[in-house]
Design a protein around this ligand. Structure first.
Ligand SMILES: [Zn+2]
Ligand SMILES: [Zn+2]
Length: 282
């Protein structure tokens, strides 16, 4: 089984890279990519553990992109973590996250929620700070029953704690990914708050910039969206990807190893990967 999208404590997941890989192994995953937000810091540890368990490990990253005033996620698979423009670009983005976290805390304070910066940093444990860490603090305070419901009432556009942030542009993110020898994948397209027309424009721009993959089966899609995006993948001749978007127990919609296979009309993004051919021969 394959999982090409998950998060460790290096970004906003709850398991350290080594534990995350062991969890994936226990859930039957044989080809795994770790795709932390804007950070490559977990790849070495994850690869070491994956290989010691006889799994195949794919270097990955999930880059936050600002596109038409919306945050869009682009997954880069088979990237080279040593590629300087990718490393340096992501380092600059992480610095921006620290400034954003300070502004989010100021905004939440205006709504009567205090000490959110300290609260969020307690959850990020010295790793990169994200809205998910604020969400966990808001759940702890009892403002919502779980992190998913936090994002209906806080931290998003028009709600307390929202701060606009300058992420990378779509073109820059794809340049970093392609420059490092990777394949760009449009992450969970069904999750974006945009109409059909704008989504079409996003997909077309992504393809023009050399993007080749799209997530079809993901823990961030509702099951009824799998076929919708399988059809879109087919229509645009995009390669289909599959990943849990696992962030840890209680944080994700779905555990690793429990997603269905890609619909049969999809061309899997891994169809020509040597790791896949090795696994399927076992
Ligand atoms: Zn994402
Ligand atoms: Zn993700």
């Amino acid at each position: 089984m394959i999982d090409l999208h998950c998060h460790s404590t290096i970004s906003d997941g709850v398991l350290p890279p080594a534990d995350l890989v062991r969890h994936a192994h226990g859930r039957g995953i044989r080809i795994l990519s770790l795709t932390d937000h804007d950070d490559l810091g977990g790849l070495e540890e994850a690869r070491e553990v994956a290989e010691s368990l006889g799994m195949h490990f794919i270097n990955g990253v999930e880059i936050s992109v600002l596109w038409h005033e919306r945050t869009v996620h682009i997954v880069g698979l088979r990237i080279d973590p040593q590629h300087a423009p990718l490393r340096e670009g992501l380092a600059a983005m992480r610095e921006g996250r620290i400034l954003r976290a300070e502004k989010i805390a100021e905004e939440l304070a205006k709504s009567g929620i205090h000490d959110a910066l300290q609260g969020a940093y307690r959850y990020s444990q010295g790793n990169i700070i994200s809205r998910a860490h604020f969400a966990r603090y808001l759940v702890e305070l009892g403002h919502a029953k779980n992190t998913a419901s936090v994002f209906k009432r806080y931290l998003v556009k028009g709600k307390p704690g929202y701060v606009r942030h300058e992420w990378a542009s779509l073109a820059t993110a794809l340049e970093w990914i392609h420059g490092s020898g990777g394949i760009a994948v449009l992450a969970h397209p069904g999750r974006y708050d945009m109409g059909k027309q704008l989504l079409k424009q996003l997909i077309e721009e992504f393809i023009q910039l050399g993007g080749r993959g799209i997530e079809v089966v993901t823990g961030s899609h509702r099951p009824e969206q799998f076929n919708t995006f399988a059809q879109i993948a087919q229509q645009y001749q995009l390669l289909s990807s599959l990943g849990s978007d696992y962030h840890g127990k209680g944080q994700s919609y779905i555990d690793m190893g429990s997603l269905p296979s890609l619909p049969t009309n999809c061309q899997p993004i891994w169809h020509d990967w040597p790791e896949y051919h090795q696994v399927s021969q076992q």
